[in-house]
Design a protein around this ligand. Structure first.
Ligand SMILES: [Zn+2]
Length: 236
């Protein structure tokens, strides 16, 4: 009747704990162990152990709106999977913790598939940047030139997902692996990474631009996150 649960904590990163009797119908844990629940967790065990004993969980924020809406649920589960498959146990990352919390609040508020996808893409961009995979957005990944004044040139601008950065208009025609994009998308990516977290919910894209951004981010995650992310197939 016990349950092994993975938690993402702000002080100790990812930890695993066993919740005694959690599978029983009248468990003291109630709904507190459901995924995507912000809780106050009390656990004990020796330091550097792999499995702690969960003493109690009090729900701080159930994020019900993220769980009751299937379109929201599958997206936030993907974000949790991304964290779970990228961070190691006890990798403390306060930035990612706060980003996840903020993103869950945004998901609670917003409606519409495009906005959900935008919120998911912004999370992914900031998350990847926080764990060392920030895209290179100021200089071309081939010639190292800064193309910021050349965005509207005849060849436009591209993004190379494997090299992880922009491709200038001069290099773009010869680069078969680049995705052709535009200055609007690149500037949005820049802003998504640099903006103050409290303003994240103000970033909105048109439907067409969201589709282009989503394609880039999806391929970028595939190229840089080695592990298989289970919820991805479900999402597409
Ligand atoms: Zn170039």
């Amino acid at each position: 009747a016990d349950k092994i649960v993975t938690f993402f904590t702000h002080r100790y990163g990812k930890i695993q704990g066993v919740a005694k009797g959690a599978r029983r119908l009248k468990s003291k844990f109630g709904a507190s162990l459901e995924p995507i629940t912000h809780i106050n967790l009390i656990y004990f065990g020796k330091e550097n152990t792999n499995l702690y004993k969960i003493n109690s969980c009090d729900i701080l924020e159930p994020f019900s709106k993220c769980k009751d809406d299937l379109d929201k649920l599958k997206r936030v589960l993907f974000l949790c999977d991304l964290i779970n498959s990228t961070l190691h146990e006890q990798d403390v990352n306060l930035k990612v913790f706060e980003l996840l919390l903020k993103t869950l609040h945004i998901f609670t508020e917003i409606e519409g598939l495009e906005r959900l996808d935008t919120a998911m893409d912004i999370f992914s961009l900031r998350f990847l940047s926080a764990v060392g995979f920030a895209p290179k957005l100021t200089h071309c990944v081939y010639c190292n030139k800064n193309p910021s004044y050349d965005y509207r040139g005849s060849n436009g601008i591209g993004f190379h997902v494997v090299k992880g950065g922009i491709v200038c208009g001069d290099c773009l025609p010869a680069s078969e692996d680049s995705i052709k994009t535009n200055s609007g998308i690149i500037n949005f990516i820049k802003k998504s990474i640099s903006i103050n977290p409290s303003n994240l919910d103000r970033l909105i894209l048109s439907r067409e631009m969201e589709r282009d951004l989503h394609k880039i981010i999806r391929l970028y995650i595939y190229a840089h996150i080695d592990r298989e992310i289970k919820s991805y197939d479900f999402l597409n």
